[in-house]
Design a protein around this ligand. Sequence first.
Ligand code: ASP
Length: 292
Amino acid sequence: MQHLVDTNDFSNAQITQLLQDAKSFKAHRPPQLLHDKLLITLFFEASTRTRSSFEVAAKRLGASVVHLDPSRSSAKKGESLEDTFANLCAMEPDGIIVRHSHNDTPKILANMQSTPVINAGAGNYAHPTQALLDLFTMVEHFGGNVEGKTIAIVGDIVSSRVASSGIRLFRRMGMNILLVAPEQFMPDSTLKQYKNLEDVMDKVDVIMSLRAQLERHEKELFEDYDDYASQYCISKKRMGDRKILLLHPGPVMRNIDISDEMLEDPRCQVLTQVKNGVFMRMAILKLLLLDS
Ligand code: ASP
């Protein structure tokens, strides 16, 4: 039984396969490969893109999807996460897609070996399907290879599971990674760190902007965001005429992470990421439910 807790669960050959499948699903709508499969989503944290993207991906491949809303489930009556999960597994789904605020939850549930577990975001530790869809978007943009390309990850890196999974995967794919953040958003890392965005603008092929995750910080970080935005918001003025690919996992805080004007610029591929997310998640579901 194969799970997806983080991208290191996949071999290089599997990642190549995922990129190929995502590309071919994007080019031609595939047959209902998963018509006899049933997935359950179990999201203990809010989600717009990831949950709907998984549902669209599953349905495009013919699978059925059942959602359990933990805020209305027996979790509210004190049932443990493991018991909730075991009860769902007793209904014999073909996989459970889980999002949780604790870093270890997907691993703990995967270790129960009852059904394939797909991590849809865990704490600040991992968001593997986002990293894979970001890789797909970059591979597509650069015409097949990201090796040797430089990406700057900008913003609240310490809180970001998108950054954690991305850093592990992009390094493995041979990318150079620069971290750009104020001190309170910078993780412990051996990667090159910068406080000033201006210092990296001429070094990068890609910028990944991240949201300030206020829900994961215990204390108030800034009096207001004008000061932060004046230093880290990706604006047209900052980008100049450089050919940099601009990514963001969403939700974008307009004029704090990325300016309104820059969101309209063709270099900003935020909606391409969302579109590609469906194709990459289709490829992931095929790999986990059919090929493994
Ligand atoms: N949507 C992403 C996540 O779930 C990023 C974010 O929330 O800022 O991690």
